[in-house]
Design a protein around this ligand. Structure first.
Ligand SMILES: NC(=O)C1=CN([C@@H]2O[C@H](COP(=O)(O)OP(=O)(O)OC[C@H]3O[C@@H](n4cnc5c(N)ncnc54)[C@H](O)[C@@H]3O)[C@@H](O)[C@H]2O)[C@@H](O)CC1
Ligand SMILES: Nc1ncnc2c1ncn2[C@@H]1O[C@H](COP(=O)(O)OP(=O)(O)O)[C@@H](O)[C@H]1O
Ligand SMILES: [K+]
Length: 493
C-alpha cells in the first residue's frame, strides 16, 4: 500500500471529487460515516462524547460525525474553537446542518474551555492533514485541555498539531490520542518512533478515495499490510522436495550465547527451509543437537567462539551474527566470509557491530546483503541522527551508498532498498521488545533467502511474518509474558 504525503493526499481528494464524481460535502459525509462505524462498533452510547472542532475540513468532519452520532442516540456536546474568522465551505455547511439539531458552543477565549470530568470520550477534530504551522494560542490551549484530561481521546484522521510527513518541533502542541481513526491511507507520521504518543492505536478506514490514483502516485514510502504480504508468498509446489527449499547456513552462537543460535535456527526451520546447518562454537554441539534435532550442527575448532568457516559450497544462503561475540578471531572469520560467500546473506547483531568497528569491511559487503540493525546498531554503523525522520533519511542514503537492504528494526520496522524505497511493516507489537526476538528474525530471513526469495521480497515478507508470529505469541501469552521462543512457537501462515 502506498503512503502519500500531505499534498499528494490533497490531490487524491481532488481527483476523487472530480472523477468519481462526488461532491466534497458527500465525501466528507462518507468519511464521517466510516469514522462512526468504527466508533459504534467499539463504544456504546453510555459515555458522553465531547467534540473539539477546528474550522477547516477536519473540523467539518467533526461536525458531521457529531450529527450522525447524535441521531444514533449518543450524548454529544460540540465545541468549535473560534481561532479564526475563516472557515472551509464544508465546515460551514456542516455547521448549519448540525445547528438544526444541536446547540454548538464556541471557544473564543481560554475561559470558554470546558471542565472535563474524565468520564467523556473526547473527539479531536481541530486540525488534520491541512496543518501548515504549529498549533498556537487557543488551539494549543484546547490541545492541552484534551491532553490533561484522563478521558479517552480519539483523533479524526490525525492528531491535531502533528505533521503528516515531517518532523515537529519539540515544544509543539500536539494531541496525544488513545486512538487515531485515519482516512484511507496510513500516514508517514504514524511510522516514526518519536510520534508514538501522537498516533496512539491507529487504524485506517476506507472512504472510497480513488484506488488507481493511489497506486499510480509515485512515493518512496509503502506499507506492507496483509494484502501486500500475501502477494509475496510462494506456494509449496506439490512435487517439491527438500532440495527445492535450499540449505541454509547460520553462523551463530558462542560461549554463553548459544540460545541466540537456537532461536535463530528454530525460526529458520519453521520458515520452510529444506535443510539447515548451524555452525557454532565447539561448546554448542550438544546444546544444538538436543535443542534442534532437525538441524545439522558443524562445530568450530574453537571451543568458545567462532573463528573459521565451514566449506561454504553446500549452502544456498548464509545468516551471520546472533550470539557471535566480537573476538578478533571472529572478525577474521567475517573477513573470510566476505571473500568467499557467493550466496545471499543476512548480517545481524555482533556481525554488524564488528562491521561498525571495521568500516573497510563494510565497504566490501556484497551488494544486496540484508542487514538487520536495531536503532543502536544502526547508529554504530552510520552515525547519530538528530531525530527519527533524519534517521530514516540516513538509512535510505546508507542503503543506497552501500547497495544493501537495510532492515531498521523497531515498531513498524522499515525495510529499505538501495533505490531508497521504504517498506514499513504492519505487524508486531511491543511484546517483541525482548531479548532474542531479533535472532528469530535473522533465522526467518535466512530461510527465505535459501528458498530463493529475492533479498527485497525476503526482507519484506520475513519481517511481516515475524510480526504475525509475535502478534500470535502476544495473544497466547500477553505482551508482557511472551519471550522470543514463543515467537518461534507461533510461526506459520
Ligand atoms: N478534502 C476532502 O475531500 C476530505 C478531507 N477530509 C478532512 O479534511 C482534513 C483536511 O482539511 P483542511 O485541508 O481543511 O485542513 P485542516 O482542517 O487540517 O486545517 C484547516 C486550515 O487551518 C489552517 N491551519 C493549518 N495549520 C494551522 C495552525 N497551526 N493554526 C491555525 N490554522 C492552521 C490551514 O489553512 C488549513 O487549511 C483531513 O484531515 C480530513 O479530516 C475528509 O473530510 C475526507 C475528505
Ligand atoms: N515495540 C515494538 N513493536 C514491534 N516490534 C518490535 C518492538 N520492539 C521490538 N520489536 C521487534 O523485535 C525484534 C527485536 O530485535 P533486536 O532488538 O535485535 O533484539 P535481540 O537482539 O534481543 O534479538 C525486531 O525485529 C523488532 O522489530
Ligand atoms: K484531528
Amino acid at each position: 500500500m502506498n503512503i502519500l504525503n500531505a499534498s499528494q493526499i490533497r490531490n487524491l481528494d481532488a481527483h476523487t471529487i472530480q472523477n468519481e464524481p462526488i461532491s466534497s460535502l458527500d465525501l466528507m459525509e462518507r468519511a464521517s460515516r466510516a469514522f462512526v462505524r468504527w466508533l459504534c462498533a467499539r463504544f456504546d452510547n453510555r459515555r458522553p462524547l465531547v467534540f473539539f472542532c477546528g474550522k477547516g475540513n477536519n473540523g467539518g468532519d467533526g461536525l458531521a460525525i457529531a450529527r450522525i452520532l447524535s441521531a444514533k442516540g449518543y450524548g454529544v456536546t460540540v465545541y468549535v474553537v473560534d481561532y479564526t474568522e475563516k472557515s472551509s465551505d464544508d465546515f460551514s455547511k456542516n455547521l448549519q446542518r448540525l445547528q438544526e439539531h444541536l446547540t454548538v458552543h464556541y471557544i473564543k477565549e481560554e475561559k470558554d474551555l470546558p471542565k472535563l470530568t474524565g468520564e467523556e470520550i473526547l473527539i479531536d477534530a481541530l486540525l488534520g492533514s491541512g496543518l501548515t504551522r504549529p498549533a498556537e494560542g487557543l488551539l494549543a490551549a484546547t490541545i492541552e485541555t484534551m491532553n490533561e484530561s484522563p478521558a479517552r481521546v480519539i483523533s479524526v484522521d490525525i492528531a491535531s498539531g502533528l505533521y503528516m510527513d515531517k518532523v515537529n518541533g519539540d515544544d509543539d502542541a500536539i494531541v496525544r490520542p488513545d486512538y487515531t481513526v485515519s482516512f484511507q491511507l496510513p500516514k508517514l507520521a504514524f511510522m516514526i518512533p518519536q510520534n508514538g504518543p501522537f498516533a496512539g492505536d491507529w487504524l485506517v478506514v476506507d472512504i472510497g478515495l480513488n484506488e488507481t490514483y493511489i497506486e499510480k502516485t509515485k512515493t518512496p514510502y509503502f506499507f506492507t499490510d496483509k494484502r501486500s504480504a500475501r502477494k509475496l508468498i510462494r506456494d509449496r509446489e506439490k512435487f517439491s522436495h527438500k532440495g527445492t527449499f535450499g540449505h541454509a547456513l547460520l553462523l551463530a552462537g558462542s560461549f554463553g550465547k548459544m540460545g541466540a543460535a537456537q532461536l535463530c535456527g528454530g525460526a529458520c526451520l519453521r520458515s520452510g527451509v529444506g535443510l539447515l546447518t548451524l555452525h557454532v562454537a565447539g561448546c554448542g554441539y550438544e546444546i544444538i543437537q538436543i535443542a534442534l534435532p532437525e538441524a545439522m550442527c558443524s562445530v568450530d575448532i574453537h571451543e568458545k567462539m567462532l573463528t573459521t568457516l565451514p566449506d561454504l559450497n553446500a549452502y544456498s544462503a548464509i545468516g551471520v551474527g546472533p550470539g557471535l561475540g566480537k573476538e578478533p578471531q571472529t572478525l577474521q572469520m567475517l573477513e573470510n566470509l566476505i571473500g568467499e560467500a557467493k550466496v545471499p546473506m543476512v548480517w545481524d547483531a555482533d556481525a554488524l557491530n564488528l562491521l561498525s568497528e571495521n568500516p573497510d569491511l563494510l565497504k566490501k559487503l556484497p551488494e544486496h546483503t540484508i542487514i538487520t540493525p536495531h536503532p543502536k546498531e544502526f547508529e554504530r554503523l552510520a552515525g547519530k541522527s538528530k531525530d527519527d525522520y533524519a534517521r530514516l533519511e540516513l538509512a535510505r542514503s546508507f542503503a543506497g551508498e552501500h547497495k544493501l537492504i537495510v532492515v531498521l528494526k523497531g515498531a513498524h520496522t522499515s525495510v529499505i532498498f538501495p533505490d531508497g524505497t521504504v517498506h514499513f511493516n504492519a505487524t508486531g507489537n511491543a511484546g517483541m521488545a525482548t531479548g532474542g526476538a531479533g535472532d528469530v528474525l535473522t533465522g526467518i530471513l535466512t530461510s527465505l533467502l535459501a528458498q530463493k526469495y529475492s533479498p527485497q521480497d525476503a526482507a519484506r515478507l520475513g519481517v511481516y511474518q515475524h510480526g504475525i508470529a509475535g502478534d500470535r505469541a502476544a495473544k497466547a501469552r500477553t505482551k508482557t509474558a511472551m519471550i522470543a521462543s514463543d515467537i518461534v512457537e507461533n510461526m506459520g501462515w
